[in-house]
Design a protein. Structure first.
Lengths: 628, 628
C-alpha cells in the first residue's frame, strides 16, 4: 500500500500514512488533537482544515460554504489522503496540545484533603515493607519464602496466596546478598495479598500510586505518595478517543466497525503520557509506581482492558465485566513497575460506572441515614438516590449539549470559552476562560445563556426565540438564532450565537436528566423535597450557576443549602480507595448493594421527559420560586 | 564442538552427543535408565558397559578387574566419548525401561478407598460447573463476568478474586453462542477461587486430576476422576534424575555444578511421560486434566519448580520455599490443560517434605489424642511424633543401604531381586521378585538377611562375620563376605553375597533412623512404649518383615499390634487433598503446626547413634523379647 506524507501546518508536524487514511486519523497519528464532536460522521463541521498542497478525496460537506470550499477547506474526517499532502489547521480547529490542558480541567481535591485517616483505615493497595529479618539458624530454619511472608504478615495482617515463581526464585540471593535486610512490595488482590516483588535494602520510602479518572472528555491522573497519603502532582489531557466521537456511543460504534483495540490503545497512550509527565516533573522512577487505580464510566473501563463492548449499547445493555479483578498493569500496556498492579474500580452497570461508585464513597451518600441524591451531569446523566439502607441508580442519555457539544458554537471548557453569561446594567454580558477573545460557549455558559434569555423574555418556555432584537436575532435556513457575540464585536472575527436547534438540544439534555431523577424518585415513592443532600458531580459541577440551573429546570427547585457542588468525585473516591483497602471494599459493597434501574424499562419515562421539555418545566408550580 | 554418535546395544538406540559427554549422560539422552547408585562419582561401580567400537577417555576404575578391563568394560559415569562409539550394556547395568516399571512399585491405594466423604468435605481443588444461566433482560442486566461468577458462587460458596483477562474477554461470545449454557472451570488458590476458563455447553463430566508422588527413586502418578472421586489408573517410572545420584544429596551437588535446570527438566519429563501414558491408556484428553497435585521431599519440590537449592544442604539447611503457591502447570512445562493448575503440597522443612505432611494427613496422626509415630524409611529417614495437640518432625540421613544401594549386591525392588530371606528346615532360603533367577538383594531382603545371619550366629551383634562356613564365607581384600547365592547356584551365573562393609552400611542406616526416633522422643520426654500407633511408610514399608526389622533394631521392640504398615502415604494424602479443599487446608495447618527439630543441633544424637550401631542395640534389654 502506498505511504504518503501528511504535513500539518502551522505545527510543522509530519506523519506517514497509508493511502485512504482520513486527515483526522493522520492528525491523531501525529499526536495532534482536533476539535471534533460528532466522531467523524461529517455532522459537526468542527474539524475543518485547509489543504494547501496535494490531493484528498471525499464528499463535499454542506457544513462548508462554497467560498470556503474554494479556499481549500475540507472536513478532516471526510477527506482521505490520495498523495503527499500539506494541510493548514486553522486555530479554531486545533485543540490545544495535550500538555497545555488547562489546569482548570484538573480542579482536583488533593489526597491530603480527601483522605481522612480517622474515617478510613490507612492501608494503601500496594505497600512496601522494609524488613530486617532474623538470620536463619538451626533453631530458626524457616524457608526463605515463608520467612519473608511471615514477617510481612506480622506487619500487615494479610493472607497470602500469591507470589510469582520468579520472585520466589530470586529470594535466596537477595536475602543473603543484603544481610536479610530487604523491602517487600505487597499488593492487595481481593481477599488476599500478592507478594509482588522484593528489593535489597530499604526502598520503602519510594512507593507511589497513580489514580486515574478516565473521563470521556478528559483523562486526569494524580500521583500519590503512598507513605505520606499525599497528592504530589496532577496532570490531565483530553481523551484522545475524541477522534472517534465525543459521546461514548459514537466510540462504541467506531469500536465495532474498526475493532476496539484502536480505542484501547488511545486510552492507554493517554494514561502512559500522563504517567510519563508525572514521572518526569516529579523526579520519580517508573519502577517506584507500584499501582494504577482507575475509575470511569463502564465503557472507558472496557476500553481500558479492551473488553468486548458489543452488548453495552444494545438492549438489554450488558457489560462484559463491571468488577474486573486486579491485573498486572503491564498486561494492558500501562508502563509502571513491570510487576505493578492495575485496579479497575467496580461499576454498577453498563451505564453507571465506577466514577459513580467512587462518587458515592466520596460524598458519603451510602453512610447517611437521610436520603441523598447524586447527579453526575455529563454526556450521560447518572442519578444515584440512596442512604445507608439502600441505593438506586439510573442513567439517562443526555447528549453532549450540556458540555458544549451538539451546539453550533459550543466548545470545551478551554481558553476563550464563554463560561459565564449574566445581565449587568441591563446588558447581557459574558466572561471567557483566560479572558481571551471568545471562541464559543462551554457548558456552564450555555446554561447561563439559556437562563438569561428566558429571564429577559428573549426565548419562551418552549425555547423558541420570541423577541425581535435588531442584529442579534436573525433567521437562517428557517431557524432563528440569537447572537451573543457579533462578528464585529470579536477580536477573533467570529460570531458566537445560539440557534433554536441548539436550545432544543440543551432542553432535551436537561429534560433527560430531570426525568431520570423524577422517575427514580417516583419508583422510591419520594419527592425532591425528601432529598436532604443534593450532590452535583462532574467537572461541570464546578462552574455551574445554581440559580440559572434551577431557572432552566436542570436542577429541581429545592432549598439552596441542600445543594453541594461535589466536583470530580470520581478521582476523590478513587484516591480514597487507593489509600485504604477498607475504602476499596466499601466501594465493592456499594457496587453490590446498588440496584440499577434501567429507564428503558420505564414506560412513564417518556412522559416525564416530555413534561420536562419546557423551561423550567410543564408544571410551573414545582418551580414556583423561580421567576420567569 | 564435534558431535559423535553413540550406539547402545542390545537396544540399538543411537544418540548424537558432544565430545566429552559421559556415556551415562549419553544414555540418559537416549532415554535409557542405567543402574547407578553413587551419582556418577565412580564409586558404586554399577554402571559398567562394554565399549565394542570407538574411543572413550577417563580414568580406570578400581571397581573393574584387569580381566574386565581387557574385555572392554568401562564405568559409564567415568568415560567420555572421544569418537563415534558402540557400547554394549550388560543386563545387570540396564534398569528396565520406564514403561516396564513394575506394577509392584505403584502398590497404591485407590482414591475410592482412601477418600472418605464422611470425613472430608468433597470439594476437588479444580471443579467444572455446568451452568444454565438466566438470560439477561432489562430487569436482570448483570454483566457477563459477574453473571457467571455469581452463579458459580451460588453453587460453590467460594470467594473470587481472580480471572484471566483473556477468559473475561471470551465470555460475551461464549455465553451468547451457547444460549447461556456453559461450563465454568474453577480452581482453588489459597483462600480464593480462580475462574480458570469457560467452555460452551456441558463438559462438566470430564474433569480429571493427576496426583503425583515425586519419589527420589520412583515417580508415581494417579489419574483421578474428580466427579467420581475415583482413581482411574496409575503409572510409575524410575526418577530419571537417578543419573545424578541415588540420593538427593548427590543430585543437589550435581545441580550446583551443572545448573538445576537439567534436574528440573528430567523430573518434568518424567511427570509428562506418566501423564501422557495415563491420557493415552484411558482415552482422556489433556485439556480435561485440570490440575496436578504434587507431593514429595522438599528437594524434589524444589526441582519441580526449579527453585534455588543451594542452601538446603548447607547448615542451617534452608529451603527456598516449603509452601509454594498454586501455579499454572504450564509455567513449569507440565502439559495438561494450558490453564490447568499445579499444586505443590506444603512441606515442613528442607529435609521433611510434603510426602510427610501428606502422610500425617493420610494416617490421621494429627487427629488422635493418643501419641503416634510415623517413620518414612528411605534414603532419608523422616520421623514424625505427635497427636492432635502437637507434632514434631526430624530427619536423619540414613544412606541408601536400606533401599538396596551402597550394598555390593544391592538392587532395586525389581524382577529377580531377593525380597525375602528365611530359614526353612535349617536351611537359609530366599524368594525373588517374579520368581526370577536372583540378580541381587533389595531392601526387604537385606533386612531379612541380616536378621537371619544374626539369629543363625553367622554374624555377631557388631555385624562381624564370626562363623566359618565352607564356600559361603570367604575373605577378599581383608573383608569377609557371606554368599547367600553361589555363582554355581545361580542360573544367572552371578553370586549374591553380603560383605562386612555392606553390613556396616546397613547398621549405620538403621542406627541413624533409630537414633532419630530416640532423640525426638527424648526431647518430648517420651518412651517408645508411649507410642500407641507406630506407622511405617514408604514403598519399603509394604514388604518389610516386622520381626526381622525388630531383630536388627530398625524398629523398636514394641507390641506388634501397634505397628501399621501404611504404604505410600504420600500419594494417599495427596489424593485426599486433591479431592477436598478441607483436606488441603488441613495439610497446610499440619505444616504450620509441626515443629521441625534439626538433629544437627542435637549434641546427644551421635551418642544415641553409636549406641544403635549394634544388632539390635547396645542396650539389649530394650529389645529383650528379641531372641539373639
Amino acid at each position: 500500500m502506498s505511504l504518503y506524507t501528511v504535513t500539518f501546518n502551522p505545527l510543522g508536524k509530519k506523519v506517514k500514512v497509508n493511502r485512504g487514511t482520513t486527515l483526522i486519523e493522520a492528525a491523531s497519528e501525529a499526536d495532534i488533537s482536533i476539535n471534533n464532536v460528532c466522531g467523524g460522521d461529517g455532522i459537526c463541521g468542527h474539524c475543518r482544515m485547509i489543504v494547501t498542497e496535494g490531493k484528498v478525496s471525499g464528499r463535499i460537506s454542506e457544513k462548508l460554504t462554497p467560498d470556503e470550499i474554494k479556499k481549500g477547506y475540507v472536513l478532516a474526517c471526510m477527506s482521505s489522503v490520495e498523495s503527499d499532502v500539506v494541510v493548514l489547521i486553522p486555530e479554531e480547529t486545533l485543540v490545544r496540545e495535550k500538555d497545555e490542558a488547562d489546569e482548570d480541567i484538573i480542579r482536583h481535591k488533593r489526597a491530603e484533603d480527601v483522605f481522612c485517616k480517622d474515617k478510613w483505615q490507612p492501608f494503601p493497595l500496594v505497600q512496601k515493607i522494609y524488613l530486617e529479618l532474623e538470620q536463619p539458624s538451626l533453631s530458626n530454619n524457616t524457608a526463605d519464602h515463608q520467612r519473608v511472608c511471615s514477617a510481612i504478615k506480622n506487619r500487615l495482617s494479610v493472607t497470602f496466596s500469591q507470589a510469582g515463581l520468579k520472585i520466589i526464585k530470586s529470594l535466596p540471593d537477595i536475602l543473603r546478598d543484603n544481610n536479610y535486610h530487604i523491602t517487600a512490595t505487597v499488593g492487595i488482590r481481593g481477599n488476599i495479598a500478592e507478594f509482588m516483588y522484593v528489593e535489597g535494602g530499604n526502598t520503602a520510602d519510594k512507593n507511589y500510586l497513580v489514580v486515574v479518572d478516565m473521563g470521556t472528555t478528559t483523562v486526569v491522573a494524580h500521583l500519590i505518595d503512598a507513605n505520606k497519603y499525599k497528592t504530589i502532582d496532577a496532570k490531565a489531557c483530553f481523551n484522545s478517543q475524541g477522534i472517534y466521537g465525543r459521546e461514548v456511543t459514537g466510540r462504541l460504534i467506531s469500536a465495532e466497525k474498526e475493532g476496539s483495540s484502536k480505542l484501547h490503545k488511545l486510552l492507554i497512550d493517554d494514561i502512559n503520557e500522563l504517567i510519563g509527565k508525572l514521572v518526569r516533573d516529579n523526579k520519580v522512577h517508573f519502577k517506584d509506581i507500584t499501582a494504577v487505580i482507575c475509575a470511569g464510566n463502564t465503557v472507558m473501563g472496557h476500553f481500558l482492558l479492551d473488553l468486548p463492548i458489543e452488548n453495552i449499547r444494545r438492549t438489554p445493555y450488558i457489560a462484559t465485566s463491571i468488577e474486573p479483578p486486579p491485573l498486572r498493569a503491564a498486561e494492558v500496556g500501562i508502563k509502571i513497575n513491570p510487576r505493578g498492579l492495575l485496579y479497575s474500580l467496580p461499576g454498577i452497570s453498563g451505564w453507571v460506572g465506577s466514577d459513580l461508585t467512587a462518587g458515592i464513597l466520596a460524598t458519603g451518600l451510602n453512610e447517611k441515614s437521610e436520603t441523598s441524591l447524586l447527579v453526575d451531569i455529563g454526556t450521560n446523566g447518572e442519578v444515584i438516590v440512596g442512604n445507608s439502607e439502600w441505593i438506586m441508580a439510573c442513567s439517562a442519555s443526555a447528549g453532549p449539549a450540556l458540555e458544549g457539544a451538539s451546539v453550533e458554537c459550543g466548545v470545551r471548557a478551554e481558553k476563550g470559552a464563554i463560561e459565564r453569561v449574566y445581565v449587568k446594567a441591563g446588558e447581557i454580558c459574558y466572561d471567557t476562560i483566560g479572558k481571551a477573545p471568545p471562541i464559543g460557549v462551554c457548558g456552564s455558559g450555555i446554561i447561563d445563556l439559556l437562563s438569561v434569555l428566558l429571564n429577559e423574555g428573549i426565548i419562551n418556555r418552549s425555547g423558541k426565540i420570541v423577541k425581535k432584537i435588531s442584529k442579534r436575532v436573525t433567521t437562517k435556513e428557517g431557524i432563528k438564532r440569537y447572537y451573543l457575540v457579533l462578528e464585529s464585536e470579536n477580536r477573533n472575527k467570529k460570531p458566537v450565537y445560539i440557534t433554536e436547534a441548539d436550545i432544543e438540544n440543551i432542553i432535551t439534555a436537561k429534560a433527560a436528566i430531570y426525568a431520570a431523577m423524577k422517575i427514580l424518585l417516583q419508583r422510591l415513592d419520594l419527592q425532591f423535597t425528601d432529598i436532604k443532600h443534593f450532590y452535583i458531580a462532574g467537572a461541570f459541577g464546578n462552574y455551574l450557576d445554581m440559580e440559572n440551573a434551577i431557572t432552566i429546570g436542570l436542577i429541581p427547585n429545592i432549598p439552596r443549602d441542600r445543594v453541594i457542588f461535589a466536583g470530580n468525585t470520581s478521582i476523590k473516591g478513587a484516591t480514597i480507595a487507593a489509600l485504604s483497602q477498607d475504602a476499596l471494599n466499601k466501594i465493592i459493597e456499594i457496587e453490590r448493594n446498588t440496584t440499577y434501574y434501567d429507564l428503558m424499562g420505564a414506560d412513564d419515562y417518556i412522559h416525564e421527559f416530555t413534561k420536562a421539555m419546557f423551561l423550567p418545566h410543564t408544571d410551573i408550580e414545582v418551580f414556583q420560586t423561580v421567576e420567569v
